[in-house]
Design a protein around this ligand. Structure first.
Ligand code: SF4
Length: 401
C-alpha cells in the first residue's frame, strides 16, 4: 500500500478525471500535456493534466503520468471534493493514506522566447524535474516503433511551431549548421530561464532528446548533440545538472564519435533498445532493427569504455515481451556496466492498436527484480521517482514496492 503501488495501479489501468477534478486542475494551473513526443490515446487528451504527484504519510513522493484508461480494466478515478481524491476501484486499499496533487505548470512555459515560438517547443518538463531539450520534434527512423506516436503528436500538436531539422535533407549537419546560431542562442536563453524554476530546486535532470535522423545520418546526429551539449554547458555551472548532460539518441554509425560527444560535454548516453529479445526487437522496433541490434549492443559496450561504468544506459518498454525475458536481458546488460531501465507500456496516440499494458502483479515483480539487479551491480536507477513518471525503478530501489 502507498504511493508506489497506487502508481503501479495507474500505470496498468489508466486514470480518469471527474469534471470537478479537471476544473480544479485548470484553477491551480496544472501542467497540461506538453504534446511534444507523446500524448495519451483518448479524446480531449490535450487539456488533461499530464502528471500527478502521490505522497505517503512520511513525505515520500512519486510522480505518475496520467496515462489513458486501459480497455477492459477499471481505471483509477480522481475527483475533487474540497480536496483531490484518488480511488483505485479494483484494489481499493492501495490509496489509503496517499495524498494526490497535480504537477504545476512550470513558470518558464510562459516566458517569451527569442523567435516567439512557445517555450515548450524548445524545452519542457517531464515529470516534476526533468528538463527536456528538443533539437527537433519528429523521427525519420526507417520504421517507427510500435508503441511510439512521436510523428503523429508532432504534427497535430501545434503545426505552426513544429520543428523538423529537414531530417530528410541529404546532409542533416548542413541543414543544422544553417540554423545553428539562432537555435543555440534561443536554446541557451531558454535553459537559463528554466533553470530558475522552483521545480528544479531539488534536482535538475537535463536531457537532450528527439526522434532520430535517418539511419545514414546518425553520425550527424551525434555531432549535433555534441554541439548542443557544449552550448548548454556554457550557461550552467558544472554540477547544476544532477546527472550532467544526458543524451537520448540512436548510436552513431561511427563509434569514434562517442569520444567527440564526451569531449563536447555529454556525460551519459542513452541508446534505448526498447525490447531485448531479437524477436521482440525486430517486431516492435523495425527501424532500429535495420540499424542493428548488434550495433546497439556494441555501442552500449563502447559507451561504457568512453563514458564509464554506469554512464551508458538502455531503456526498455515493459509489455513488449515476457517480463522474465526482459529481466534476463537487464541482468546481461548490468553485467557489462550498462544501466538498464524500463517504462511501463502505455497507450499513446499513434501507437499500435494491438498493444496492451502488462498486469499489476507483473510490473511489481519486474521492478523488484530490476532493483535487485541494480543493488547487486552497484547501480542506481535513472533520475528519481519524481522524474520517471511511467517507471517504478526508483520506487522499487527505495524499497517502496
Ligand atoms: S526511434 Fe522509435 S521510439 Fe524513438 S522516436 Fe523514433 S519511433 Fe519513437
Amino acid at each position: 500500500m502507498g504511493s508506489a503501488t497506487a502508481k503501479a495501479y495507474i500505470l496498468t489501468h489508466g486514470v480518469v478525471f471527474t469534471d470537478s477534478a479537471l476544473a480544479w486542475a485548470r484553477g491551480m494551473n496544472a501542467k497540461e500535456q506538453n504534446m511534444v513526443y507523446n500524448a495519451p490515446r483518448l479524446l480531449g487528451m490535450a487539456s488533461r493534466p499530464q502528471e500527478m504527484l502521490l505522497t505517503d504519510e512520511d513525505g515520500y513522493t512519486v510522480c505518475v503520468s496520467a496515462v489513458a484508461p486501459v480497455p477492459g480494466r477499471m481505471p483509477a478515478h480522481v475527483s475533487y471534493q474540497g480536496e483531490l481524491r484518488i480511488e483505485t476501484p479494483a484494489r481499493p486499499r492501495l490509496t489509503e493514506n496517499v495524498a494526490v496533487r497535480f504537477v504545476s505548470r512550470p513558470r518558464y512555459y510562459d516566458a517569451p522566447s527569442r523567435s516567439g515560438r512557445p517555450m515548450t517547443r524548445i524545452v519542457s518538463a517531464c515529470g516534476l524535474d526533468e528538463l527536456n531539450v528538443w533539437p527537433w520534434h519528429d523521427c525519420a527512423v526507417s520504421g517507427t516503433c510500435s508503441f511510439c506516436g512521436i510523428n503523429k503528436v508532432a504534427h497535430i500538436a501545434n503545426p505552426d511551431t513544429f520543428q523538423s531539422l529537414a531530417i530528410r535533407e541529404a546532409s542533416a549537419l548542413e541543414a543544422w549548421s544553417a540554423q545553428e546560431e539562432g537555435y543555440l542562442g534561443e536554446l541557451t536563453e531558454a535553459v537559463a530561464v528554466a533553470m530558475e524554476d522552483d521545480c528544479y530546486d531539488e534536482h535538475l535532470h537535463l536531457i537532450v532528446i528527439s526522434g532520430n535522423l535517418s539511419n545514414d545520418q546518425l553520425n550527424d546526429q551525434a555531432m549535433i548533440y555534441g554541439r548542443i551539449a557544449r552550448a548548454i554547458r556554457s550557461v550552467a555551472d558544472s554540477g547544476r545538472f544532477t546527472e550532467g548532460v544526458v543524451a537520448v539518441t540512436a548510436p552513431p554509425n561511427d563509434l569514434a564519435l562517442l569520444r567527440q560527444m564526451k569531449s563536447e560535454g555529454v556525460d551519459v548516453v542513452v541508446f534505448n533498445l526498447e525490447a531485448f529479445t531479437p524477436a521482440a526487437f525486430r517486431r516492435h522496433c523495425p527501424g532500429k532493427d535495420r540499424i542493428g541490434r548488434d550495433h546497439y549492443l556494441r555501442s552500449l559496450d563502447e559507451a561504457v569504455a568512453v563514458f564509464g561504468r554506469g554512464a551508458s544506459w538502455s531503456n526498455f518498454v515493459l509489455g513488449l515481451e515476457p517480463a522474465e525475458d526482459l529481466l534476463a536481458g537487464c541482468e546481461e546488460l548490468a553485467q557489462c556496466g550498462i544501466v538498464p531501465g524500463a517504462n511501463v507500456l502505455h497507450l499513446d496516440l499513434g501507437g499500435s492498436a494491438g498493444l496492451e499494458p502488462p498486469q499489476f502483479d507483473t510490473i511489481l515483480d519486474f521492478y523488484r527484480g530490476l532493483a535487485d539487479i541494480c543493488h547487486r551491480h552497484g547501480m542506481r536507477p535513472y533520475y528519481c521517482a519524481k522524474a520517471l513518471r511511467t517507471s517504478l525503478a526508483n520506487e522499487a530501489f527505495d524499497g517502496r514496492l
